[in-house]
Write a protein that binds this ligand. Sequence first.
Ligand code: CA
Ligand code: CA
Length: 291
Amino acid sequence: MKILKENIIFAMDKNNKPAMKAKSGDEVIFETCDCFTDAIKTEEDLVSGIDFSRVNPATGPLYVEDAKPGDVLKVDIIKIDLMNKGVSVATPGLGRIGQDVKAETTMIFNIKDNTTEFKGKRLPLNKMIGVIGTAPKDEPIATGVPYDHGGNMDCTMIKEGVSLYLPVNVDGALLAIGDLHAAMGDGEIMGAGLEIAGEVRVKVEVLKDFDYKTPLIEADDKWITLGSRPTMEEASDLAINNMVDLIMKNTDLTLNESGILLSLAGNLKVCQVVDPNFTMRMELDKKYLLK
Ligand code: CA
Ligand code: CA
């Protein structure tokens, strides 16, 4: 099952018409455009020349049968395949040094054997998904915005081999995926990673008894809670409180003990500080969440 990239949306919206239907347990491939809807092909193509109503597309949505509000959608990220060419940019006003950027720069990167080159230096890839989420319960949320439904979280840990748990807010969940990065550093400080088109193979599963309300990542060795809010402080507090809740739900630790555990062994990290909400994450080794 493959959703082609003709099926793109620019808002996560309960009224979006499903591009495909799947059953819990199915594997589905999402073919994705890059964040500029594949409009930048050469280093002469500038961000100012593209249609800004068509940035950050997500492919979908996928309607997952039997997914009901209150359920959780488990999305196993099985494989990310990239095209052989990607792009990154510097644009006046965009990103953390955007105020000092006077002229636009577009850089094209060739991808070969899981690596690329930055001006003669080898730059390893860390393939990841920038935009992934379900439809929110109420008003549509633009695909460029991260929030409690997922969206543009730009988290380097949303990568091959992990499972992402997303809340189901509407019938069918309406999963959409886009904005692949061949490489991105934590923070994504210029507002763009190594933007690239590609394909993502996922397995979707509806969980009826997994009581969790915001995006959560399970990696081999750790659990990762996420928080997306207008400031880093608010986003951090949400990620931290989500992890405290998770600890208290799964262990006999008190609030104070949970806090001390996170103070000693939890790692608060930045996902991105450039999108309309900032996204932070709290990582904790799995062994601490066992009784
Ligand atoms: Ca992004
Ligand atoms: Ca991006």
